[in-house]
Design a protein around this ligand. Sequence first.
Ligand SMILES: NC(=O)c1ccc[n+]([C@@H]2O[C@H](COP(=O)([O-])OP(=O)(O)OC[C@H]3O[C@@H](n4cnc5c(N)ncnc54)[C@H](OP(=O)(O)O)[C@@H]3O)[C@@H](O)[C@H]2O)c1
Length: 288
Amino acid sequence: MTADPTTHPVFLITGGTNGIGKAAARAIAAQGGQVVIVGRDRQKTEATVAELRQAAGAPHIDYLLADLSSLAEVRQLAEAFAARYPRLDVLVNNAGALFTRRRQTVDGLEMTFALNHLSYFLLTNLLLDRLKASAPARIVNVSSGAEAGARVDWEDLQMTRTYNGFGAYALSKRCNLYFTYELARRLQGTGVVVNALHPGAVATGFWANPFGRMSRLLMPLTRLIMRSPEKGAETVVYLATSPAVAGVTGTYFVDKRVRNSSRASRDVAAAQRLWQISAHLTGWAAVG
Ligand SMILES: NC(=O)c1ccc[n+]([C@@H]2O[C@H](COP(=O)([O-])OP(=O)(O)OC[C@H]3O[C@@H](n4cnc5c(N)ncnc54)[C@H](OP(=O)(O)O)[C@@H]3O)[C@@H](O)[C@H]2O)c1
């Protein structure tokens, strides 16, 4: 069931079928508004929507399907969203993962970089006109404190020479910050704000999926030492909905507080360089 978009703000949340994204979708839906989650598996996504509708006591939860590691599917997602919803008040870029072995996407790109960074970049740019037309509007980018450990090799962002999962992950989360800060500069005066956050160490599929059987066996322990998805989603929900941050942009948050991300992440020239590379890789420059 969809809500009247003239009276209900519309939230689009990627990675809404698990972990932080699912908990954020539940909390935002409970506040009212139309929540659209993005999933990649129809069965899992439909089951999640049914569960969220019941748990949040909110009927206005919808879904769209896309494998966000595919540039073509990101484009189809943006088109499908725009065809169904005349407005977009809040975009939450959240879907992400860590891959212990190097993988390539259908576009021949390194998987972590494509999923964790390029999907944020392309989906946001494709929906930017809709966000501007709906202003005041917000973009929330889920990054990670792991960004501080990133080593950026501009000659090999795809990590073809040496790959390690944590290195690729940290790089992608640094890219989330370069993207957030550069986009904030570009959006000055439009009424669209964009912020990033670290959710903390959260017991989600993020830890269970990449490390195989052993990490799944250790999941009960993980749940003991890490925060819950609900707690991990708190800053996402805050940035997406709180009047306290309505005018805040280009800022990094941890536990609903402003924090300095690494000094390197605030390098303007690096952010502009990444923007050009991302535009080229996604073909955004050609159509944007
Ligand atoms: N958990 C932590 O400790 C932690 C710490 C810092 C930052 N983060 C960040 O938090 C964000 C959410 O992660 P999480 O912890 O909630 O992990 P999660 O439980 O594994 O959830 C990840 C979500 O992304 C979706 N996803 C993965 N690959 C996808 C693809 N190719 N196409 C479309 N959707 C895809 C997953 O879909 P499925 O349900 O189909 O798998 C799931 O909905 C990530 O950006 C992560 O980097 C997490």
